[in-house]
Design a protein around this ligand. Sequence first.
Ligand code: PEP
Ligand code: MN
Length: 491
Amino acid sequence: SSKMSAKEEVPSLEVEDNDLGLDGKGGRSLAKAWKPDSWTKKPIKQSPDYDNQAQVELALAKLRRLPPIVTPFEIEKLKASLRDCAEGKAFLLQGGDCAELFDYCEPEAIESKIKLLLQMSLVLISGLNKPVVRIARMAGQYAKPRSSPNETINGKQVPSFRGDILNGYPVNERALDPSRLVSAYFHSAATLNYVRASISSGIADLHRPLDWGLGHVRDPELQTKYSQIVSSITESLNFMRTVGADTAGQLQTVDLYTSHEGLLLQYEQALTRTLKLSAAPANALPPTDAFQADKDLNYDTSAHFLWIGDRTRQIDGAHVEFFRGLANPIGIKIGPTTETSDVLTLLRRLNPRKEVGKVTLITRFGADKVTSLLAPHIKEVQNSEYKGKVVWQCDPMHGNTRSTATGIKTRQFEDILSELRQTLAIHRELNSYLGGVHLEMTGDAVTECTGGSEGLDDDDLSLNYTSYCDPRLNEKQSLELAFLIAGFYKK
Ligand code: PEP
Ligand code: MN
């Protein structure tokens, strides 16, 4: 569908780049040239069937002209931090909405997410005694895979909501609308602009006291435990201030990266640019890989980090084909239906140069399955050339969705915590490192997941259920989860 003009032709990932070939065994002949549009020749899942292709082409042409949303320098900086997460030297905290709406592009919602990620990261730093890398599911998380193309609302069949980049939630806006592609770009850019502006204006300035609001924790023992963690964080920060340890201004600012599921490949292709990292400013940190610095690489500039969802990770499918050409750090969701051997095939195809931290394996098995299913995947990687090179991240959300008696989609805090606890135990037993967590959460006081210290139960869900897709942890549940994860690491 996407025909390319001569001007848009970009150098392909040359076969010579892959010392071992894409089959990992020196099979050069098998390594087909990658192009930004080579995915269009492959079978694709979850792809939109627009009925006005001319309008789609106009929108994509517009996107191709617009500036990158993020830069190669930032992307490489994140990749360097993820290398630390692979090697056990840092921990990755990734979180945000399941489906981000264009309407969430407003100051309060953005600020509350930044603050929550910051607070959670402080709790994790204090518990793990390691730096925390923060990635928001934000500024572009607009495309959703759906299990069914249609759904029934008030007895009427309507197309499913597929995320704001494709169609609207109101029933009369369910037709696919190509102008939303451009709208997604501008909402991403406006959101990220406000994230950057807030951070550079001190929203994450640790010289200012943070509001930890632990009032909801009814259990006195927990209340004491959490308060102790908060006091110890506050004391450390005071100490650093007093001794003037903030010479580099590290307390004033933090890095916050953006991410989304790379589902809508037309959009991702339009924002993929062939750029050199060496064009980065002179103050750039040493490039992750000197060999790469002067080369033209293909960066998807829609976000720093993109992941392939559980429904679109077919080895010979379009999404894997598109992702294998990107220089960005990427994630792959791994679930109960992932064959053990597929993990290695995916790694070989997506990371033939075996860059450390390039690929994050996001495991989401569910609390009842993780103990039997995770270990074989870890062992498969440990017994391969990718040992120590991937980031293992636990997504304790997507394997733990259930329906209440009245048909509300929810998740139990206990199940989420249980999958995390089991995942950590399995990694420890196998001498592997759990390098991060991936959460669906919001800074708002929603009632979408049950449990936690507030003691929400099924009957409370209707109070403030506002998710347009999966149930998210609210602010209190998210912070509490951070306290509990930190506790897993205390001797
Ligand atoms: C998601 O992260 O919102 C999602 C759809 O997850 P998965 O691909 O793991 O089902
Ligand atoms: Mn989700």
